[in-house]
Write a protein that binds this ligand. Structure first.
Ligand SMILES: [Zn+2]
Length: 302
C-alpha cells in the first residue's frame, strides 16, 4: 500500500447483529439441468439407433489431466487437486466506477458449490489484498467452492492511491446498512450524500444480491487484526486468524455506519462477512498464507 498518514483505516467494528448462526452451509444443486436432460431423453425416438453403429470406447482418457495443482506455491494439504474445470470459468463486469473504469469479477471453482466472494480492495490506498487475489486467480480451487474474486471495487481510488472513490466518498461508509451522514467530501470517512449513492456501491450491492454468497472476505489495511465476531461468523473469523497469524482484536474509534461487511451479513442471513485488516505491508509468504486461509475456511465444514 502507499504510505498512510493515519494509523489504519479503522474499519470493521460494525455492530455484530447476527445472533442466529446455527444454520449449516447448504450446497445448492441445480436440478434444472437434470430435469431438462431427462426430458430430452424421454422425447427422443426410441430404438432407432442400431447399437452396432456406435464404436465402443472412442474417448481417449488421456485428454483430461488427473492432477492439475502445481504444488510449488501451496501445500497439497490445503488445496485438493481435484478440479479439471477451466482455471477461470467467467469474467464479468459488475459495474463501472465514477470515472468509468470497469469493476470486474472473476469466477473459479465449482458452479453450484459454496459461493465465496473475496474483495481485494475497497479503500483505494489499502491495496495489498491484490496480491492475495492474484494468487487465488492462479491456484487450484478445491472442489465444491464457487469462488468469485473482485480484485478492486474502487479502481479510481486505487489508481489515485486514495481511500475514497472519485467523488471523495468512503465506500465503506456508503452501504445501505445503518447508513448515516458522515462528514463532507474529502473527509476521511465521508459517507456520501445518501446510502448507496456511489456507482461502485451500487455495483457491489447488485452483485451480492444476485450472488448471495455464503462467505465474503474484505481486505483492508493496516491495523493487522480481525475484529472478533459471534456465532458461526465469529468461529470462521477465529479460524482465519489462526491460519494467518492475525490477532483477534477489536477495531474501535471510528463511526461504523454504511459498512459493506455489515450490509452483507444483514442481507445474506446467515451469511458470513468480515474484514481482514492486513498490516502496512504484505510479504509473499503472508499473501500465500492468506490465499490458503481463504480456501481452507471455504472448504472446511463451518
Ligand atoms: Zn480500510
Amino acid at each position: 500500500m502507499a504510505a498512510l498518514a493515519v494509523a489504519g483505516c479503522s474499519d470493521g467494528a460494525a455492530p455484530e447483529a447476527d445472533a442466529a448462526d446455527t444454520v449449516v452451509t447448504v450446497v445448492t444443486v441445480d436440478a434444472t439441468d437434470t430435469v431438462e436432460a431427462t426430458e430430452v431423453a424421454d422425447t427422443a425416438a426410441p430404438t432407432t439407433v442400431a447399437p452396432t453403429t456406435l464404436p465402443p470406447t472412442t474417448l481417449p482418457p488421456t485428454t483430461l489431466p488427473t492432477t492439475t495443482v502445481a504444488p510449488t506455491t501451496l501445500p497439497p494439504t490445503t488445496v485438493a487437486p481435484t478440479t479439471t474445470l477451466p482455471a477461470v470459468l467467467e469474467t464479468r463486469e459488475i459495474g463501472r466506477s465514477v470515472q468509468d473504469r470497469p469493476i470486474t469479477a472473476v469466477r473459479r471453482g465449482t458452479p453450484g458449490g459454496r459461493v465465496v466472494l473475496v474483495v481485494g480492495v475497497i479503500h483505494g490506498n489499502e491495496d495489498d489484498g491484490v496480491a492475495i487475489i492474484d494468487l487465488l486467480e492462479r491456484v487450484d480451487v478445491p472442489a465444491g467452492v464457487d469462488l468469485w474474486l473482485v480484485e478492486s471495487m474502487n479502481p479510481d481510488g486505487q489508481l489515485a492511491q486514495d481511500r475514497h472513490n472519485a467523488n471523495q466518498v468512503d465506500l465503506n461508509r456508503n452501504f445501505p446498512a445503518d447508513w448515516g451522514p458522515i462528514g463532507v467530501p474529502g473527509d476521511g470517512q465521508y459517507a456520501g450524500p445518501s446510502a448507496a449513492s456511489e456507482p461502485e456501491t451500487q455495483a457491489m450491492v447488485a452483485f451480492v444480491e444476485e450472488l448471495r454468497p455464503d462467505l465474503v472476505i474484505w481486505y483492508h489495511q493496516d491495523l493487522f487484526r480481525i475484529h472478533p465476531g459471534r456465532g458461526r461468523d465469529g468461529a470462521i473469523r477465529q479460524r482465519y486468524a489462526e491460519l494467518t497469524g492475525l490477532p483477534l482484536v477489536a477495531i474501535t474509534g471510528g463511526t461504523y455506519t454504511g459498512v459493506a461487511a455489515t450490509w452483507v451479513r444483514r442481507t445474506i442471513d446467515p451469511g458470513v462477512s468480515f474484514i481482514v485488516e492486513l498490516g502496512p505491508t504484505l510479504s509473499a509468504e503472508e499473501a500465500d498464507a492468506h490465499a490458503r486461509a481463504v480456501l481452507t475456511v471455504a472448504t472446511e465444514p463451518n
